[in-house]
Design a protein around this ligand. Structure first.
Ligand code: SF4
Length: 409
């Protein structure tokens, strides 16, 4: 069984290329983010792009709002490790300048550049250069005429805005496009994308705009993007967070991995929620483990479990895990105990074994370990815990007697 067995079939869209990254047409869903530096600050912007790429970003967008930004792009594009898209808002000439700078794509907001002749000049130039354009409709900056016609930013109004822009593009034979219909309201954006996917096979770029700072921004972004991805809609995504953009890229990457849409690149850390049985501060160990793994490229599922009584069993699907018991850490691989270490060395041992597994595989780890000894020690700690805590860690039998007394009294 594979995760794809439970996935909805992806809606087939046509494919475009942003630089060397394919979008739509069955290509893996990609992660985008946007720099928050001044684009004219070439070194600062490149530093941010490198950090974004390391965190899993596939395509980056930089604002092109002034001549200095376009000039900056001319220096950024050849040094960027990932394709660069120029974000254009009000001045169509900035789109022409960005193309001259060599960008791999443009994003136009139809609510801001409204003159058909300007739109067609940009699309014709993009057609001649083979540069794709995203039609970026935004509920907050909808064309006033459509706003009036529909009485506000409705899904229908947003779809019509995109369809009108597409028509201008088609007039000049330009079809290298993708579309977004973002809103800060999750139900609104979900419905707009659903309607849009009914009327076009152009690849769709998903996002909840102005989602705000994490954690609320992450929740909003995930609610909208994941809902659509699980319906098979969406070819590329962006979280819009009021935070370091690296967090956007990381979240995008993690969401796609969690949905089984991209192969795991980094550690997937699972941890028990902790309970009365926990023998350690699970939150502290999980946080320290997360920090220790950092951005190491170890595509493994790693478990941190609070007790050796239930931990190894509950996390038996993990590639490697650690469970606490009697001031010791019990390492387990695919549910089999492989080593016992002092509690103070739990995190280091976890990282060391994870690296070994990444290099040699889980079978080699089990072979290398003295599993009989590790299992004996785990059994000892498990039974000593059960002796002190009992199978009923919450003392529920006594509590129920007390509760009944209270109620009947
Ligand atoms: S692994 Fe142990 S500590 Fe963690 S939730 Fe399960 S029973 Fe509780």
């Amino acid at each position: 069984m594979d995760v794809s067995d439970w996935q909805t079939e992806r809606k087939r869209t046509r494919q475009i290329l942003v630089g060397d990254v394919a979008i739509g047409g069955g290509a893996p869903v990609t992660v985008q983010s946007m720099t928050i530096t001044k684009t004219a600050d070439v070194e600062g912007t490149l530093q941010q792009i490198y950090a974004l790429a390391a965190a899993g970003c596939d395509i980056v967008r930089c604002t092109c709002n002034e001549a200095e930004a376009a000039e900056g792009l001319a220096q950024i594009v050849p040094r960027s490790p990932i394709p660069v898209i120029a974000d254009i808002h009000h001045q169509y000439k900035m789109a022409l300048a960005a193309m001259e700078a060599g960008v791999h794509g443009l994003r136009l907001n139809p609510g801001n550049i409204r003159k058909p002749e300007h739109i067609k000049v940009v699309a014709s130039e993009a057609r001649d250069r083979g540069i794709p354009i995203r039609i970026g409709v935004n509920a907050g900056s909808l064309d006033p005429e459509l706003y009036e016609k529909y009485g506000g930013p409705t899904p229908e109004a947003m779809v019509e805005s995109a369809v009108r822009e597409m028509a201008y593009f088609q007039e000049v034979d330009f079809d290298l496009m993708k579309i977004s219909v973002k809103a800060s309201s999750v139900p609104l954006m979900v419905e707009a994308y659903r309607q849009l996917s009914e009327v076009t096979d152009v690849p769709l770029h998903l996002g909840v705009t102005e989602a705000g700072p994490p954690p609320a921004g992450l929740i909003k972004g995930t609610a909208g993007i994941a809902t659509l991805l699980l319906e098979g809609i969406g070819d590329t995504i962006r979280y819009s967070l009021t935070a370091d953009p690296v967090e956007e890229a990381r979240a995008g990457r993690q969401l796609l991995e969690a949905l089984g849409l991209r192969q795991r690149k980094n550690v997937d850390l699972i941890a028990c929620p902790s309970c009365g049985r926990a023998e350690v501060d699970v939150i502290d160990i999980a946080t320290r483990a997360m920090e220790a793994f950092g951005d190491r490229k170890l595509p493994l599922q790693v478990a941190v479990m609070g007790c050796v009584v239930n931990g190894p069993g509950e996390a038996r699907e993990a590639d490697i895990g650690i469970a606490a018991g009697n001031k010791r850490g019990h390492l387990f691989v695919k549910g089999r105990n492989i080593a016992v270490v002092p509690e103070s060395e739990m995190v280091e041992a976890l990282v060391e074994w994870a690296e070994f597994i990444h290099e040699h595989g889980t079978d080699a780890a089990i072979e290398k370990a003295d599993t009989a000894l590790a299992e004996r020690e785990a059994a000892k700690d498990r039974s000593s815990l059960l002796d002190t805590q009992g199978a009923d860690v919450n003392h529920s039998t006594e509590k129920i007697v007390e509760i009944r007394k209270k109620i009947s009294g």
